[in-house]
Design a protein around this ligand. Structure first.
Ligand SMILES: [Zn+2]
Length: 259
């Protein structure tokens, strides 16, 4: 298939390609210039949480590491992440992007592509039971559980657990972590990055950020919601801390308290 790179660039937003590639990025508004999304570089497999930058308005990405120190548009991004080499690699990348987003066809809406069965978080939420008796020992009211988009899971992979919803930066529900009601470790969805994904982070905008070690503790202390707190899943390591600091900068938090 012949693919016109310019047409592709014009029709497919770079963040749609980033999402297709499963990149985990955080929105960042510089003091000057257009909005960015930053994260770890998927190309050189970087550990730095903000080295890799996408500027949606320009349709460009750039990795500021010594390993990459390079960037490009959607075709380059796709090819590099997929490890497609050379000119043939770029053509293959352009082909796959055009096919996926149906550029030149009737629809370029990825969610309508029949071969892609996406997880529907709202449908999943609707099946959770916030009134289940197994949750009683947690001391959380039904209203609180509903507010935080949490509930008991009756079947499926997380059966018998408390599922708690995680949202993107805009507050759109994205995924669920299954917290065990005993001492078992949490069950994380595929692609979930506990070092960069924080419970209730989309609501934070208070000068002092409180970090809880579990979503249940956060919900217990803030039964009616909060703009002051996040909860982390797992141990706080250096990468997680860097991501918390990035969140604090974005959200105007100046101090931190860890529970
Ligand atoms: Zn890189």
């Amino acid at each position: 298939m012949y693919v016109d790179f310019d047409k592709l660039r014009a029709e497919v937003p770079i963040m749609d390609v980033a999402n297709l590639l499963g990149l985990i990025l955080t929105e960042y508004q510089p003091e000057k210039g257009p909005k960015q999304f930053r994260g770890r570089c998927p190309i050189h497999d970087g550990r730095h949480p903000r080295q890799f930058v996408i500027t949606p308005d320009k349709g460009l990405y750039f990795c500021h590491s010594d390993e990459c120190n390079s960037g490009g548009g959607i075709v380059q991004l796709y090819a590099r992440v997929k490890r497609y080499e050379g000119t043939d690699g770029l053509k293959k990348a352009a082909d796959e992007i055009a096919t996926h987003f149906k550029v030149g066809g009737h629809s370029r809406n990825a969610s309508k592509a029949p071969e892609v069965k996406r997880f529907d978080p709202e449908a999943y939420l609707a099946k959770l039971d916030p009134t289940h008796e197994a949750l009683a020992p947690l001391g959380l009211s039904e209203d609180t559980l509903r507010l935080y988009r949490a509930g008991y899971v009756k079947d499926g992979v997380l059966r018998g657990r408390l599922a708690v919803g995680f949202c993107d930066q805009e507050g759109k529900l994205e995924s669920f972590v299954g917290l065990a009601l005993d001492q078992a470790p949490p069950s994380l969805p595929k692609g979930f990055d506990p070092e960069a994904t924080f419970f209730n982070a989309h609501n934070v905008n208070y000068p002092v950020l409180t970090v809880y070690r579990s979503p249940v503790a956060l919900m217990r202390d803030h039964p009616e919601g909060t703009n002051e707190a996040i909860a982390v899943i797992g141990r706080i390591n250096l990468t997680m801390l860097e991501n918390i600091i990035a969140l604090m900068r974005e959200r105007g938090c100046e101090e931190i308290e860890v529970f």
